[in-house]
Write a protein that binds this ligand. Structure first.
Ligand code: C2E
Ligand code: CA
Ligand code: CA
Ligand code: CA
Length: 280
């Protein structure tokens, strides 16, 4: 394991990367950070693959510490274990909604800019979660129908009544549901019909080798076709080069995200981006 670089560990087993001491430090830090609202958000543009027009933003949490920004992979799972994820998640929702509501007012367009927010499994099944969403929908000024919650397949695998009820309530609130990291979970495709899902986010691991690997092309093409048949939107994640973009565009994948278009940016930078790209 010594030969595995730090980055690799982090990527595949974030739980292993956080040692015991650091874990205590993180937990104490989380306690303080939550009471002081010491977190920050970055926004990564979601774009139309053909033409690169910005259609919305995904909010991504950061934890500014002495040594820089701690990425979410290093504290989200801990926050889930400790229950910190609830106040943390509510803060993300509120903060992102108020930022994007402002951008929607300054840059009105049809459909309005969307806001995608990540929701962890533990957060989604908490009875208080729907109330948090309801409050944000009621008070943030966010354009109706513009909030998208990103959940992973692990939530759907539970297949219980509580999840169904939560999803129905979200639909009633005009909130859309996206499956994040689509294709990496262990669930079956039947849930795409079973649950009211609106968007599939094709995981970066499918996109990485798409230019050189014909099998990956076939898989992504298959996902795009399934989505088409079921009336779902597709967003390709982690597009880093023009070759990937052109291939995805050619196979009818309409939306994308990735460093090729833009990295996650501060709210100020996002606002500036909207000003220079103008309104449609
Ligand atoms: P995710 O939801 O799959 O988010 C995509 C991740 O890929 C982000 O990492 C983003 O910065 C990164 N990314 C985007 N485009 C590219 C690209 O072209 N190349 C590469 N190499 N990476 C790209 P980030 O911000 O570190 O977030 C990691 C994960 O942490 C997220 O994965 C999400 O699962 C979780 N997360 C982030 N914010 C929140 C949050 O507010 N709540 C919860 N529950 N989870 C969050
Ligand atoms: Ca996501
Ligand atoms: Ca993802
Ligand atoms: Ca991910």
């Amino acid at each position: 394991a010594k030969t595995a670089g730090k980055g690799q560990w982090q990527r595949f087993r974030p739980d292993l990367h956080v040692g015991m001491v650091e874990r205590h430090e993180l937990q104490a830090g989380l306690d303080n950070a939550i009471s002081e609202e010491a977190f920050a958000l970055r926004y990564q543009p979601i774009v139309e693959i053909n033409g690169a027009a910005v259609t919305g933003f995904e909010a991504l949490i950061r934890w500014p510490r002495r040594r820089g920004l701690v990425p979410p992979d290093q504290f989200i799972s801990l926050a889930e274990e400790t229950g910190h994820i609830m106040p943390l998640g509510a803060w993300v929702l509120e903060r992102a909604a108020s930022d994007v509501a402002r951008w929607q007012r300054e840059h009105p367009r049809t459909p309005p800019l969307c806001l995608n927010v990540n929701v962890s499994a533990r957060q989604f099944i908490d009875p208080g979660f729907i109330e948090d969403v309801q409050r944000v929908v009621d008070t943030s000024g966010l354009a109706s129908g513009s909030l998208v919650l990103e959940i992973t397949e692990s939530v759907l695998m539970r297949r219980d009544e509580q999840i169904r009820t939560a999803m129905r309530t979200l639909k009633r609130l005009g909130v859309s549901i996206a499956i994040d990291d689509f294709g990496t979970g262990f669930s079956s495709l039947s849930y795409l019909r079973e649950f009211p899902i609106d968007v599939l986010k094709v995981d970066k691991s499918f996109i990485d080798d798409i230019v050189t690997d014909g099998q990956q092309v076939a898989l992504v093409e298959g996902i795009v076709r399934i989505a088409d048949i079921l009336g779902l939107q597709v967003i390709a994640e982690g597009i880093e080069n023009a070759g990937q973009r052109d291939l995805l565009g050619a196979m009818g994948c309409r939306f994308g995200q990735g460093y090729l278009f833009a990295r996650p940016m501060t709210a100020d930078e996002a606002q500036r981006l909207l000003s220079v790209t103008g309104d449609r």
